[in-house]
Design a protein around this ligand. Structure first.
Ligand code: SF4
Length: 226
């Protein structure tokens, strides 16, 4: 697995921050809402997740007790806008049941453990994968772990990072090995990468508008071939 020097990662962060400014993540009024959002955003655009969260609020169902007692069918109908609504209803149910059974519906109690133990426990819950678990840990529990997503993989692959097997863990280690473990930095960096992946480093990248183009292998290879 190759690594990048810390100054490159910080340099990339600073260029992105100078371009886009603070991103104010994660959008959510409480740690519980952030956890719900982390499950609902799987394969869904955030605008559609917001609609589903709005439906939950209107139905007075955005809390662990209500989500435990609501029927799965009714819950699925409230989640319709964010796709895979039947599956996501089951995933949300699994999460709140875990919280109710082991922690009296209290997220603080769930979060009161080491990052490694918390991550292991979250991953044991139906429907919680790497990205969802790490989003909960970073944005709801406010503990320093780097979230990897499609945008991060795409941008760093194009920049020239070679993650063996394209694995989540290998991408994550690029950041955890080379950056100081600060919640604020990890929070902002991930949010900036999402923004950059949506706005500029798209499937067909807009390299002419890119603020990190000077550091990019994809861009330099393209220029060498021109
Ligand atoms: S130069 Fe192009 S490929 Fe490289 S990071 Fe920027 S937009 Fe993506």
């Amino acid at each position: 697995m190759s690594t990048m020097p810390q100054h490159s990662l910080i340099q990339i962060y600073e260029l992105l921050f100078n371009e886009y400014g603070p991103q104010h993540w994660w959008p959510g009024d409480s740690p519980f809402e952030i956890c719900v959002g982390a499950i609902l955003t799987q394969s869904a655009a955030w605008v559609n997740v917001e609609k589903a969260i709005g439906n939950l609020k209107t139905a007075d169902a955005l809390n662990s007790t209500a989500l435990c007692s609501i029927t799965t069918d009714k819950l699925a109908s409230l989640l319709y806008s964010c796709g895979y609504y039947n599956a996501k209803a089951k995933k949300l149910k699994a999460f709140v049941k875990h919280l109710a059974l082991l922690y009296d519906d209290n997220l603080d109690k769930l979060f009161d453990q080491s990052i490694n133990d918390l991550r292991k426990e979250l991953l044991s819950i139906h429907g919680v994968g790497d990205e969802t678990a790490d989003s909960m840990i970073l944005y709801a529990a406010k503990m320093p772990i780097f979230v990897i997503d499609t945008y991060t993989r795409r941008i760093f692959t194009r920049l020239g990072y070679d993650a063996a097997n394209d694995s989540y863990v290998n991408f994550q280690s690029l950041f955890s090995t080379n950056l100081p473990h600060h919640v604020k930095l990890f929070n902002e960096y991930h949010a900036l990468l999402v923004n950059h992946g949506k706005e500029v480093c798209k499937k067909i990248p807009l390299c002419g508008k890119c603020c990190i183009g000077v550091l990019c292998s994809y861009q330099s290879d393209k220029q060498a071939k021109a």
